[in-house]
Structure formats: C-alpha cells, structure tokens
Write a protein that binds this ligand. Structure first.
Ligand SMILES: Nc1ncnc2c1ncn2[C@@H]1O[C@H](COP(=O)(O)OP(=O)(O)OP(=O)(O)O)[C@@H](O)[C@H]1O
Ligand SMILES: [Mg+2]
Length: 393
C-alpha cells in the first residue's frame, strides 16, 4: 500500500490542482517540488509560491520531466493530450497519475482526514468527560473525608462519654466496697459470739446476711474488674511468658476443696508439647478460673470434669473444659457472654452468681486476640474451648 514516493510534481494549477496541493501540504513526508500551469495567474500557483514550491509556466515542462528526484506527477488539467505527453516524456522511475485516479486518491485522503477530525473531537470529548468525572470524584472524596472527620469527632465524644460512665461506675462500686467490708466484719463479730449470746434464730438470720454480703462483695469485685478491663489501654497490659500447664494446675488446686467436698473429680490432661504463651498471667488465671468454676457450679455432685490442654491447631495451644452438668439451651448459647445473663437452669442450680464471669472472660480473650467457643447440650453438659497463640521461639 505504501510506496517510497515522496517527491511530487503537479501539472494543472486550477481549482482541482489547488485542492490537491492543499491536501498534499498536510501530509507529512511528501514534498511537492513543482506546480505547473501555462496560465501564470492559475490559483494554485499562488499557494505554491507561498510554500516555496517551484512554479513552471512553460509548455515543455522540461525541468519537471528531467528531474530524477520526481517520483510522481499528478496531471490535473483533465486534458488527455497533456497526460499522454507526460507519459511519453517522463523518466523511467517516475509515475504519472491522471485526474480520475487523483480524484479517487484524494477522496480517500479526504475521508481519512474526516475520520481523523472526528477522532480528535472524540478524544477531546473523552478528555472532557474524564475531567468531569475526576471533578465529581474529587467532590465525593471531599464529602467522604468530611464524613469520616465528623465520625471521628462523634467517636471521640462517645469514647469520652463511655470513659466518664466507666469512671463513674468504678467510683460508685469502689465506694460500695468499704461499707460492705465493714458490714461483713460486723456480721463475723456477731457470728463469732463476741457481741452477745445470740439465739439460733438470730444466728440463722445473721448467717443469711453473711451469705448475701459475700455474694455482693463478689458482684462488686466482678463489676470493678469488668469496668477496668473495658477501659484499660491494651498496649499497657503487662505480658509475660507463661507455661499454661502450670497456670491451669494452679487454678485446679484453688478449687480442690470445693470439688473434693462435692466429690467432683477433675481429670487434667496436660499438654505434652509446647504450651508457652505470652499473656497477662492474672487475666488468664481469671479466664481459666471462670470456666472451671462454671463447670463446677453447673455440674452435679459425684460427676467428672475434664480439662485438656493440647498443642494446635497450627501455632496455637487449645484449652478445653468439659463438664457433664446442666448444659445450655441452644437459644441461650449467644446470651451467656452478655453481662448479667443467667439462664433459668443456672439460677435453679446455683442461686449465687452475678452473670458477669463469662463477660469478663470474653473480654480477656479479646485482649489476648482469641475467643471462647462453646458447645453444649441441655441436660447433658458443656464444653468451652479457647485457643491461645503459642510463644514464637
Ligand atoms: N458450664 C456451664 N454449664 C451450664 N451453663 C453455663 C456454664 N457456664 C456458663 N453457663 C451459663 O452462662 C451463664 C453466665 O455465666 P457467667 O459465668 O457469666 O455467670 P454466672 O456463673 O451466672 O455468675 P458469675 O458471674 O458469678 O460467675 C450462667 O448463668 C449459665 O446460665
Ligand atoms: Mg460463672
């Protein structure tokens, strides 16, 4: 389709020649060297002069025909004689194109130019659209940033309110601690008989007061603990390398007197592999104690509780506490981690309880980037699982 032709001469400087010259001037790589016409006032001659193209007005066209650089001659006069003359006298390496062929070619060039112009317009339109969309996106982005900013402010305010609430709760519960401790010691004095001889009836009532006091002190302790855990800055919690086998054995020892009295047997399968974890030992002790005490509280006497610690899955070590007690109804499985929730079965089995133990344990698990999973069948027993990340060597 492409030839090496790049030097051109045009014969015929009328309106057609002028149109062809104008077109050729637009095409890169093409040199129009000659514009020829016997009429010195032909319109294309003026355009040719303006573009420093050599103009020939003699009839022989010798300069054009003898020029070895000329590859192609456009004959635009429409006269057969001129075409024949050019064909006859041209050099062998030169081609002559008649008016009809030139018209077809320029029709093609014209069409191509139209397409180019349309493409340019399309490009401009696309660029404008991209700019419009960019503006829109910038606007939406700014709005989003503003919203994020207002949410941040709102969040900070909520955090402040929450901190205030926690502070108030901690203060109030703390204030309650001292009077309860005092009541408890007065009750102990009465029960020990230091005040006076009391009738059995009074001793019975005072004994009930003591039980309630113990329960309330326990509730206050748990409320304080949960409030502190909720408001603590996690980064400030002291973490230590802990052997979970020893920590769990310590907790089981702590409840030994209760389990022995109720003839509940603990079977502790220690971990035979790695069980070193980085944790806050006090918090993990509380978590393990909660699971073990619940297993005790919600089991029948003469039953068995299995505690196992197994390395895995992957880089974790898993603690499982399984009892054969009252179990948990499916509808309550989600609720047991909510503050103050106690199932009817649990209240029947053990009156004393605040319903805060598992909320505290769950928060501790969260601080240690883990979770407590539960599997239970009502009337058959429950199994609680926690997987801790092993200490990386
Ligand atoms: N091992 C278990 N078997 C059956 N139900 C359980 C068991 N552990 C927990 N639950 C249920 O989950 C509830 C919440 O337990 P959680 O330890 O938070 O509170 P609690 O035992 O009632 O009181 P406390 O806060 O004094 O421990 C219990 O009241 C009981 O309904
Ligand atoms: Mg409990």
């Amino acid at each position: 389709m492409y030839s090496d032709t790049n030097t051109i001469g045009i014969v015929g400087a009328g309106a057609g020649g002028e149109a062809i010259l104008a077109n050729l001037l637009e095409i890169p790589g093409i040199i129009v060297k000659y514009m020829c016409d016997i009429n010195p006032d032909a319109p294309a001659l003026e355009l040719a002069r303006k573009n420093n193209i050599q103009c020939i007005t003699d009839t022989s066209l010798k300069v054009l025909l003898d020029d070895t650089e000329v590859d192609l001659i456009f004959e635009i006069t429409g006269k057969d004689k001129v075409f024949e003359y050019l064909q006859k006298n041209k050099l062998p390496g030169c081609n002559v194109m008649g008016s009809a062929a030139a018209r077809v070619m320029f029709h093609m060039i014209d069409t191509q130019q139209k397409i180019t112009t349309e493409l340019k317009a399309y490009k401009i339109m696309l660029a404008e659209r991209v700019m419009e969309r960019t503006d829109e996106l910038e606007f939406v982005n700014k709005e989003l940033q503003q919203q994020v900013y207002s949410y941040q402010i709102l969040n900070e305010k909520l955090q402040e309110i929450n901190d205030e609430k926690t502070k108030y709760l901690v203060n109030a519960t703390h204030q309650l601690k001292a009077p309860f401790a005092a009541i408890q010691s007065y009750v102990d004095i009465l029960l020990a008989g230091y005040a006076d001889d009391l009738s059995d009836k009074v001793i019975g009532i005072v004994g009930k007061i003591k039980t309630r006091c113990v329960l309330l002190s326990q509730s206050i302790k748990e409320m304080l603990e949960l409030a502190n855990l909720n408001s603590c800055i996690e980064e400030n919690i002291k973490m230590e390398n802990v052997c979970l086998n020893s920590l769990i054995a310590e907790v089981i020892d702590m409840v030994e007197s209760i389990s022995e009295a109720r003839r509940i047997e603990f079977e502790f399968k220690q971990c035979t592999g790695n069980c070193m974890v980085k944790c806050n030992p006090d918090q993990i002790k509380t978590l393990v104690q909660t699971l073990i005490e619940n297993a005790l509280n919600y089991s029948d006497d003469n039953s068995e509780i299995e505690v196992t610690l197994i390395e895995g899955p992957s880089t974790r070590v898993t603690l499982t506490v399984t009892d054969h007690g009252i179990g948990i109804a499916p509808k309550n499985l989600k609720l047991i981690f909510k503050e103050y929730f106690r199932s009817n079965e649990a209240v029947k089995k053990s009156m004393n309880g605040t319903g805060l133990g598992l909320s505290i344990a769950k928060r501790i698990a969260q601080i240690h980037r883990t979770d407590i999973l539960v599997d239970s069948t009502l009337g058959e027993g429950s199994s609680f699982k926690v997987a801790f990340s092993l200490l990386q060597e």
